[in-house]
Write a protein that binds this ligand. Structure first.
Ligand code: SAM
Length: 278
């Protein structure tokens, strides 16, 4: 009856509130160091996780089917790597995050103010190389600074995750989201709903490029800041996409080599999905 529905909703809300509380202790500098320096970002190694992600994104954006005006990155965090390929295809890119501290980190880089916590140069060099060295990394930086139009707040647990006037009414032409939904959701049901919520930001026929962790139960958002993660398997990711109105076009899986398991999380693999909104 009604009281059961109410208590279920309350349960969902408290799980989400607990996640939001965890994120108040998120430290961008530590997170960047844990995940975006060697061995996880070793551009000399083909089996390093960051080069794998960059290659997946490069391929997805150069296959010819992803196009339009506006690309939105969901839960950008303090990172820029996930839009380095997309910024060549879209004239407008919007970055988003739940935390002001992450939005500030991104703005410092975009405004070229200095004081940011990671040097993105090797990332830009690597993506330029994937693109056939058509540009120097400095041109990639200039391009990114030109096309990123805004860095906006988002909450994927809200049915309307962004401010009502943040995006054009038809929605974005493409969404990218990396390691966001599973690392902000208290359980699979919340992950599922979040996938539906972000779909409302995407136009019908638009693409979703989703990158995430497999079998992960926590990661460190800073020293001693253990953030719980919904452990996902490939079948669950596919089922959620289908349930929330996406057609799966490609799923790729990366398995973490033993020496990339450096104690900052318990992830065993990473999935990359290219999907289309029905
Ligand atoms: N996309 C980046 C990457 O690939 O490394 C960051 C991923 S980080 C694991 C998860 C991000 O989700 C954090 O930046 C955090 O601030 C953000 N976040 C936390 N709660 C959120 C929410 N309710 N809605 C959207 N993003 C949220």
């Amino acid at each position: 009856g009604g009281s059961h529905v109410r208590s279920t909703l309350k349960g969902a809300e408290s799980g989400i509130a607990a996640m939001a509380a965890c994120y108040q202790r998120f430290d961008p500098a530590s997170y960047l160091k844990y995940n975006y320096t060697p061995p996880r970002a070793d551009f000399e190694r083909k089996d390093s996780i960051v080069p794998w992600k960059l290659a997946c994104l490069h391929r997805a954006f150069t296959e010819g089917d992803v196009s339009g005006e506006l690309l939105v990155d969901i839960g950008s965090g303090p990172t820029l790597y996930q839009v380095l390929s997309g910024c060549e295809v879209f004239n407008k890119v919007i970055l988003t995050d739940f935390l002001e501290i992450n939005r500030q980190e991104l703005r410092r880089w975009l405004r070229d103010e200095g004081g940011y916590n990671l040097d993105w140069t090797p990332y830009m060099e690597y993506v330029c190389k994937l693109e056939g060295r058509r540009y120097a990394w400095s041109e990639k930086a200039a391009k990114l600074r030109k096309v990123v139009k805004d860095v906006l707040p988002i909450d994927v647990h809200c049915p309307q995750p962004m401010a009502p006037d943040a995006l054009p009414s038809g929605g974005a032409d493409c969404l990218v989201s990396s390691f966001c939904l599973e690392s902000v959701s208290p359980d699979l049901a919340a992950f599922n709903r979040a996938l539906g919520h972000i779909g409302s930001l995407l136009r019908p026929g638009g693409h979703l490029l989703l990158i995430g962790a497999l079998d992960e139960s926590y990661y460190l958002g800073g020293p001693g800041v253990k953030i719980p993660v919904v452990p996902l398997n490939e079948a669950q990711v596919c089922a959620s996409l289908k349930e929330r109105g996406y057609t799966l076009m490609r799923l790729e899986v990366y398995t973490l080599p033993q020496d990339m398991r450096v104690g900052v999380d318990d992830v065993t693999g990473v999935f990359f999905v290219k999907a289309k909104k029905v």
